[in-house]
Structure formats: structure tokens, C-alpha cells
Design a protein around this ligand. Structure first.
Ligand code: ADP
Ligand code: MG
Length: 322
């Protein structure tokens, strides 16, 4: 079966004041229908750039993105309209992503008017009311305006807007980070429910590993625009193979433990990424070879892959003391 989405050797370079910033380098990814994949990594690792390329908001510098087996760069206007119906997005800031002049119902109606023009007004209203119920707001919210709603309620409206066309994939870029902690959990549960009910696939970008773990069956770890590790969520979080995954896990605050400082401090510069393994300047397991050889993303068993020359030695296994 063809994957829903294939990212092939994707590279994105931004021109930045005369310099070139390689935001993504050689990304490979296949997403199956109905799958929930998390993308994690520190700020600047290229997560939003990957989302923008998949949504065809920016063009790849190298490589390709295929939707149902076809390169989206070659899509016709009609293909693109279908893509906007089947591949939708939820952004970080729910308040900014809604038009303040539109009522909740009008906001959710917009994509329906484009993608289901044959619906009569009453049919459209019924769909919108049902969607409002599905996202836990109730049809009474249709007449309200964004400024009357909380952040969590606005995010529910944004999710309703993204779901109303019956998409095959919803890309969510930091959908929780603008919300209060208690509301984050509610939104995670809402996504999980919608997935069960509709079978839609999710691509969830988040720096919150706990939320990703809860929602996603697989996780891809990015650092400086490269894939460090991709694995079933329980393996990546339970038994990471890449020292960078380990570092991300160790940085998660745990009850009764102060969060550990990120090892070797800051991320390296994206303008001058380290030779060989880009993570080596922060890695306590780095050896001479790591500065010379770029580690390939190599299969580790049948379900995971890791880009670390020393992954086979189990260097990422042990949690750090402290
Ligand atoms: P993330 O979402 O993981 O924080 P981004 O994809 O936003 O990462 O950014 C990846 C890198 O690309 C960062 O170094 C960022 O500064 C840079 N970048 C992002 N957008 C642009 C842009 N429009 N022009 C130049 N550089 C950019
Ligand atoms: Mg981002």
C-alpha cells in the first residue's frame, strides 16, 4: 500500500542575510494512513520548517514530498484544492489563528464552503453543530466570537476547522504550548478521541515529550535539521538509542527531581554545523570518528532507525546520574 506521506531526502536552505542556513538536511519519512507521529527536538531543530514543507507553504531546496505517491511540487490547482481538504493544520496560537471578525460557526464554515460547495446552508449548519459537539464545545458556541472564548476553547474551534473537511492528515505545530497545563491534557485527549472516531493521521510537533508519548505511536527526533532517531514512542522514550534522545528525556522535569541542565549547553550554530555528526559537540560519547563520518540513519531492528556511530554500543541506554 502507498504511504499517505513520503518525505524523500528533504533539504531546506533559508537565505539569511547573505548566509545560507540549512534548516533541514536529508530528511526521510514515511507516514501511513491513520498513524500518529510525533516530531520532537529543541527549538531551531527544523520542526516547523518540516511542517511548512509538508503543507506546501515553502518549497524544498532538495528532495521531494509525496502525497499518496505523487510529488506535491507537480500538483495542479485542482490537486492542491484536494490537498487543502485532505491535509489540514492546527497552529500553536489558537487566538491568532482565528479571524476575530468571524463567529465560531462562520470560521468553521469557511473550509466547508470551499470543499463541500454542494451543501445547502441548513446541511452546513448541521455539520458545524455536530463538529462543535465533537470537539466538546456544543452547538451553542457557534454564535460566539473568539474574544469571548478561552485559549483552550479557541484551540477547540481551530481543531474543528481543521477536522470539518474530513482530512486524512492533520499537522499540528506545537498545538499545546500556548495553553495552560490542565488544558493541554484536555486537548491531547480530544485529539486522541478524534483519531479514534475518524481514523485521521496526526503529525504532532511538540517539545513536550510527555504529551507526544501520550498521543503518538511513533516519534521522530530532530536536531539541527537532521533525523537523529525514529522509533515507536515506547522504544524511543523507554530505551533511546541516540544520545540526543537521551538528553531530551533527561531534560524533562520529573516529580521530585530538578530538571537537569541540557548537556554541553546550547545547540551548535545552524550556519556552521559541526562536521560528521552534528550532535557530537554536545555528546559525551563522541569519539574521533564522529567528527569525520556523518552517521547514516541506519535500521536498528525492524521498527526503528538511528543516526549514531555508537548506537550499537548502547551508549544512550543509561540515564545520567543526578
Ligand atoms: P523549530 O520549529 O524546530 O524551532 P524552525 O523550523 O522554526 O525550527 O527553524 C529551523 C532553523 O531555521 C532555525 O535555525 C531558524 O532560525 C531558521 N529559520 C526558520 N525560518 C526561517 C526563515 N524564514 N528565514 C531564515 N531562517 C529561518
Ligand atoms: Mg517551531
Amino acid at each position: 500500500m502507498t504511504a499517505l506521506l513520503n518525505v524523500r531526502n528533504l533539504g531546506v536552505v533559508y537565505p539569511d542575510g547573505g548566509r545560507r542556513l540549512r534548516a533541514l538536511d536529508g530528511i526521510e519519512l514515511a507516514l501511513e494512513a491513520g498513524e500518529a507521529l510525533g516530531i520532537v527536538g529543541e527549538s531551531g531543530s527544523g520542526k516547523s520548517t518540516l511542517a511548512r514543507a509538508i503543507l506546501k507553504l515553502i518549497a524544498p531546496t532538495t528532495g521531494a514530498i509525496e502525497w499518496l505517491g505523487r510529488d506535491i511540487a507537480a500538483f495542479t490547482a485542482a490537486d492542491l484544492t484536494r490537498l487543502r481538504r485532505d491535509l489540514t493544520v492546527v497552529f500553536q496560537d489558537p487566538v491568532a489563528s482565528l479571524d476575530p471578525r468571524l463567529s465560531v460557526a462562520d470560521s468553521i464554515a469557511e473550509p466547508l464552503i470551499v470543499h463541500a460547495p454542494a451543501l445547502t446552508a441548513p446541511q452546513r449548519s448541521r455539520r458545524i453543530d455536530a463538529m462543535l459537539e465533537q470537539v466538546g464545545l456544543g452547538s451553542g458556541y457557534g454564535a460566539r466570537y473568539p474574544h469571548e472564548l478561552s485559549g483552550g476553547q479557541c484551540q477547540r474551534v481551530a481543531i474543528a476547522r481543521a477536522m470539518i473537511t474530513g482530512p486524512k492528515l492533520v499537522v499540528c505545530d506545537e498545538p499545546f504550548s500556548a495553553l495552560d497545563v490542565s488544558v493541554q491534557a484536555q486537548i491531547v485527549n480530544l485529539f486522541a478521541e478524534l483519531r479514534r472516531e475518524t481514523g485521521t493521521a496526526l503529525l504532532v510537533i511538540s517539545h513536550n515529550l510527555a504529551l507526544v508519548r501520550h498521543l503518538c505511536s511513533r516519534v521522530m527526533v530532530l536536531y539541527l535539521g537532521r533525523v537523529m532517531e525514529i522509533a515507536p514512542a515506547e522504544d524511543a522514550f523507554g530505551a533511546p538509542l541516540h544520545p540526543y534522545t537521551r538528553l531530551l528525556l533527561d531534560a524533562v522535569p520529573r516529580l521530585g527531581h530538578p530538571p537537569l541542565a541540557l548537556e554541553a549547553g546550547e545547540s551548535a550554530s545552524p550556519f556552521e554545523p559541526p562536521s560528521g555528526c552534528v550532535f557530537r559537540t554536545r555528546c559525551r560519547h563522541a569519539i574521533g570518528r564522529c567528527a569525520v563520518e556523518r552517521p547514516p540513519l541506519a535500521a536498528a531492528g525492524s521498527t526503528r532507525a538511528v543516526a549514531c556511530l555508537r548506537a550499537g554500543e548502547g551508549v544512550a541506554r543509561a540515564a545520567r546520574a543526578g
